[in-house]
Design a protein around this ligand. Structure first.
Ligand code: ADP
Length: 592
């Protein structure tokens, strides 16, 4: 789950990449245009409030105090209060609007990503581990939150403020403005250095945090192994050392900031001193009035904070762009399995025609040149050693993946040309262990068909002979299954999984038989349920039990990715090949 080491490379984008990513993000923010515009309006208003204050003070001093005009003084004080209060209120509103736009954007991004992930084919999940996906949805989106909420606001407010303040200063006295700006070169050089150093320090901190977290995680989840070998001390020493590195890189990044903020503040003091010195001299020469000097000093005090903020923003933009980039990579992944235009017929033959297959993330082909025709209503058992490719073949028959070579069709329609709706309606896969979600038994069966009524659910459960068992529970089919179905026994969980398939009522069932055995009582119920479910349907079953194999119409022996033998039990036994050998081994192991 945690990003460990090697952060530097994929966390750094070059300028063009950063720009492209930000441009795309801005396009995505289009639906929030109004909120953003409102926020901008309030930003402008609050900045004006902040800057007009000093101007009014200057005016009040010159025309009210120095000129000894009480009315002007009173008006200036009133105007000051009004302007500052409006600025203050606007600042509150700006905060609300910026957050509304920001949170809205993040929320839509989260939903979009989730929806996109849900639609991906299985190949996608072979490539991305769930931990990585979760960290995209949480850490990366959060790091973007920093940008869209604080970063953008600060950027816009700072630019507004600097531009308007400079404009006001120039309008009041160009001499004083030049004097104050004498410190600018130092600030610019300092800011450049700060951006470089702090970016380095920031990346280092992130890398160390990642390392630290993964050590923490391993130390906790591996504690049993660690204690079994009495290695607690060693683990702690390792943790201490990685913590010390984290501490050092934190201190280093603080030192970089402190140094820079100190510089900017010192320059602020310098600029103020120059303003007062030069200003006093200009006042003595009657070139300007004293109120102008005061207004200048007050404006300067507003000017240096945004300069600091702008420099810090650089890092935020960098890390957010890196996070966005990773998210976009996911959003740009097209599902490999997409629906076609045709509806599958209600019934038909399932034809596997010369297929080959390799998993997307590997080179080695798992299946080679497999051809099988499964008749309507036929029961086909897939048998063979572990890793031979049985489950893979079953997944292809249900189009969880597409074959790399060849084609699979149902009722004459290539599965790739079928609509996904008709495909999932005709062909249902029952996995070895069906995942149970939090909720009731009914909710869990309903997963297969959203909107199914309780009666339909009961019918489906009854069709596999499982209704009575669940009706015995205190809350019947509305009994909560708890997390991952912990309230139910293993057999009952399988019944729920089978009931899902019964609810869809498909023409073709693809079963991956559970390898783990159940207690004999439950086993019988599950077997009976399976039998009922298979009756009248085309069934492909990855079989592990002799009883399942014996009830099959034909048996396909898969070995090392190839179809080794195909025929009925009797035919294959008569052939005297692999199946015959397996079968006689089974016979001998059975109790007589
Ligand atoms: P079986 O069901 O006969 O035990 P599988 O079809 O599960 O065999 O696996 C066949 C081969 O494909 C194995 O070598 C396995 O390691 C590989 N394999 C299975 N699933 C994946 C996957 N998602 N990604 C890459 N390789 C896989």
């Amino acid at each position: 789950m945690f990003r460990v080491g090697g952060v530097a490379d994929d966390d750094k984008l070059d300028k063009d990449q950063t720009r492209a990513v930000l441009r795309r993000a801005i396009r995505m923010a289009a639906p929030f245009r109004r909120t953003i515009l409102a926020a901008l309006g309030f930003v402008l208003l609050s900045t004006l409030g902040l800057l007009l204050g000093p101007v009014i003070v200057g005016y009040g001093i010159d025309n009210g105090i120095v000129a000894n005009d009480r009315t002007v003084l009173r008006n200036a004080v009133l105007a000051y209060v009004v302007v500052v209060v409006i600025g203050y209120l606007a600042a509150r509103q700006q905060y609300i609007f910026v957050n509304r736009a920001g949170e809205g954007f993040l929320q839509s991004l989260r939903v979009r990503t989730f929806d996109h992930i849900q639609k991906q084919s299985l190949g996608f999940f072979d490539r991305y581990q769930s931990g990585v996906l979760i960290s995209r949805m949480t850490a990366d989106i959060e790091s973007m939150g920093e940008l869209v909420q604080w970063g953008l606001l600060q950027l816009i407010a700072a630019v507004f403020l600097i531009v308007i303040a400079l404009g006001l200063m120039l309008a009041m006295s160009w001499q004083l403005t030049i004097g104050a700006l004498l410190v600018m070169p130092v600030i610019i050089i300092g800011s450049r250095k700060f951006q470089r150093d702090s970016n380095e320090a920031y990346l280092e901190v992130r890398e160390r945090v990642g390392q630290n977290l993964s050590e923490l995680q391993e130390g906790i989840s591996g504690v049993r192994v660690i204690q079994a070998y009495a290695q607690e001390g060693q683990q702690t020493r390792q943790f201490v050392s990685s913590n010390r590195s984290l501490y050092r890189s934190h201190v280093r990044s603080i030192r970089v900031s402190t140094w820079y903020f100190g510089l900017v503040e010192a320059m602020g003091i310098f600029a103020t001193a120059i303003t007062i010195g030069v200003g006093g001299w200009l006042v003595g020469m009657d070139a300007i009035e004293i109120g102008t000097v005061v207004a200048f000093v007050l404006l300067l005090s507003q000017l240096f904070e945004p300069v600091q903020q702008l420099s810090q923003l650089y890092n935020t933009v960098q890390s957010s762009a890196a996070a966005l980039d990773k998210l976009f990579t996911i959003l740009d992944t097209q599902p490999e399995v997409e629906g076609g235009p045709l509806d599958l017929p209600e019934r038909g033959e399932l034809v596997v025609d010369g297929i080959g297959f390799a998993y997307p993330n590997t080179e080695a082909s798992v299946l080679r040149d497999v051809t099988i025709t499964v008749g309507d209503g036929e029961r086909l058992a897939l048998v063979g050693p572990t890793g031979a490719g049985k489950s893979t073949l079953a997944k292809l028959m249900a189009r969880l993946y597409d074959p790399t070579v060849g084609a699979i069709s149902f009722g004459g329609v290539d599965l790739r040309d079928a609509t996904l709706d008709s495909l999932r309606q005709r062909v249902v896969v029952v996995p070895q262990e069906g995942f149970l979600f939090g909720g009731s038994i009914a909710d869990n069966v309903r997963i297969a068909k959203a909107g199914a009524t309780d009666d339909e659910l009961r019918e489906a459960l009854d069709a596999i002979g499982a209704l009575d068992r669940f009706e015995e529970f205190e809350d019947g089919i509305h009994t909560e299954v708890r997390e991952r179905g912990s309230r139910l026994s293993a057999g009952e969980r399988q019944l729920v999984s089978l009931a899902r398939a019964a609810l869809v009522d498909p023409a073709v069932l693809v079963l991956d038989e559970a390898t783990s055995s159940l207690d004999p009582g439950t086993e019988l119920i599950v077997e009976a349920a399976l039998e009922k479910l298979m009756t009248g349907r085309t069934t492909i079953v990855v079989a592990h039990r002799l009883s399942t194999i014996r009830t099959a119409d034909r048996i396909a022996v898969i070995d090392a990715g190839e179809l080794a033998e195909l025929g009925t039990h009797d035919e294959l036994v008569a052939q005297g090949g692999r199946y015959a050998a397996l079968s006689s081994a089974w016979q001998q192991s059975l109790p007589t």
